[in-house]
Design a protein around this ligand. Structure first.
Ligand code: ADP
Ligand code: MG
Length: 447
């Protein structure tokens, strides 16, 4: 079975050493399957990809599989058509018949296999309401939360159910990246006076949808043309009282967009998805393990849920896959010991790198930057305090695996989006500013 999450993880690691455009062009269209008898299968769109990847990237892919995931098997590159004629054929016909190129809907993301609970009750309930055809209550439905918490799963579940229940309705699902590509294409292909006609006709094609779903709107923040276009059709949908569903990693209030847009996006119903509780994590693990045909005991599910250094469902599932793979390679039962070993090797064991508490970590950060702890947890916003505070956020996440919510609680009760913003900012600074990266390195040595 192809494992898009694993492939995404691998791409993230490759991106550290390979130019992003190259990764986008050559590697993004591929997919990986590690669970076959033939070794690791990498499926690619055509023979050019095959020879290019073979020549330039097979070594790095193999070494990442080995070092990061403990997978040491031969790599076989196949052309997608050999393996999945079905999917390709579907894609092609979609291109011809559907108004705009849509992103693929995953039929496996349904309500049945979505775990609802404290972390996502509102989003879940609103999603079900919309999916059952109540299109005017929550419009737009805006679902937000950090990465890996089930936003895409939930809106696929909505889309799938609407397609099933109301086959006549035209439901258009797009991730923001596909959306942007569509727009760029039209702008690039048609210059001059034709352009405006083309844009109008594209707009009409979009507006012919009865329900429009846009995944990851934050992607449009730095793409003003696409954002403006989206806002335009969004208003068109609103005027026709057609349902729009949006996901984002930030609330409409926080997202960096023009006020006129934010207030419109916030005018329907907003629901935040938080990291899953331990009980939800256990339930998610059971569901995924069943789907993967490797059911686990309650004891194993609880141990994994409590000991994986993440509260993000995507990473939790990656940990589960790693553990089951490990067990099959070692031909062993899944025991606590095996889980600890598998997670530890991947740096995924909760608080494995340090015996110190979050409080001690914050103390070390404060001392290293020569600021007071009381300042770190205060509301002060001067740079000399903000940078150390963000450094503490970063280290609590990277080194102790705390959730954004937990980190916020340790640093003056900040909400998770503030913490996320802090971590994003300092991550960039580590890349750009030697002083910051040296300081972080120094602190890590002390931990
Ligand atoms: P996001 O879009 O928020 O980044 P995804 O929807 O891609 O997250 O979810 C990541 C993975 O976690 C998917 O495999 C998804 O099925 C799973 N997942 C997340 N939340 C849940 C949940 N509540 N119940 C079941 N699976 C979940
Ligand atoms: Mg998503």
């Amino acid at each position: 079975m192809y494992d898009k999450n694993l492939w995404d993880e691998i791409l993230k690691i490759i991106s550290k050493s390979v130019d992003a455009d190259l990764v986008d062009t050559w590697l993004k269209p591929a997919n990986i399957d590690v669970g076959t008898g033939e070794g690791v299968i990498l499926s690619v769109p055509n023979k050019f990809f095959k020879s290019w990847i073979d020549k330039h990237y097979s070594k790095i892919i193999l070494s990442i599989l080995k070092d990061e995931f403990g997978i040491e098997r031969p790599l076989k590159i196949i052309i997608e058509a050999d393996k999945q004629p079905h999917k390709i054929a579907a894609k092609k016909s979609e291109k011809k018949n559907v108004p705009a190129k849509q992103s693929l809907l995953y039929s496996e993301y349904t309500f049945d296999n979505f775990v609802s609970g404290d972390s996502n009750n509102f989003a879940y309930a609103a999603a079900l309401t919309v999916a059952d055809g109540n299109f005017s209550i929550y419009n737009p439905l805006y679902i937000y939360g950090s990465t890996g918490l089930g936003k895409t799963h939930l809106i696929h579940a909505i889309s799938n159910r609407i397609r099933q229940k109301f086959p006549k309705l035209n439901i258009m699902y797009m991730d923001a990246e596909t959306f942007t590509n569509e727009i760029i294409n039209v702008f690039a292909k048609h210059k001059g006076e034709h352009q405006q006609d083309q844009i109008e006709s594209m707009k009409e094609r979009f507006l012919s949808a009865d329900v429009f779903v846009l995944d990851d709107i934050q992607f449009l923040k730095d793409r003003p043309k696409s954002l403006e276009f989206f806002f335009n059709i969004f208003n068109g949908f609103q005027m026709q009282q057609k349902q729009v569903i949006i996901t984002s990693d930030e609330s409409p209030q926080e997202i960096n967009m023009a006020e006129r847009m934010k207030s419109r996006f916030a005018s329907g119903f907003q629901a935040e998805i938080l990291p899953p509780t331990v009980e939800e994590r256990v339930a998610i693990l059971h569901k995924k393990a069943e789907e993967l045909n490797t059911p686990i005991t309650e004891h194993v599910a609880i141990f994994l849920a409590e000991n994986t250094a993440t509260t993000n469902s995507r990473e939790l599932i990656a940990a589960l896959k790693r553990v089951t793979l490990y067990a099959s390679i070692e031909k062993s039962e899944v025991t606590e010991q095996l889980i600890s070993k598998a997670l530890k090797e991947a740096g995924m064991l909760r608080r494995e790198t340090t015996a110190i508490s979050p409080q001690q970590l914050i103390t070390i950060v404060a001392e290293s930057f020569n600021v007071k702890i009381s300042d770190l947890v205060s509301k002060k916003k001067n740079k000399s305090i903000v940078v150390p505070r963000q450094a503490a956020m970063y280290l609590l996440k990277e080194k102790q695996g705390l959730s954004l919510k937990e980190i916020g609680a340790h640093l003056g009760n900040r909400d998770h989006s503030t913490v996320k913003h802090g971590i994003d900012t300092i991550t960039q600074k580590i890349k750009d500013e030697d002083f910051v990266s040296d300081m972080i390195k120094k602190i890590i040595k002390k931990l």
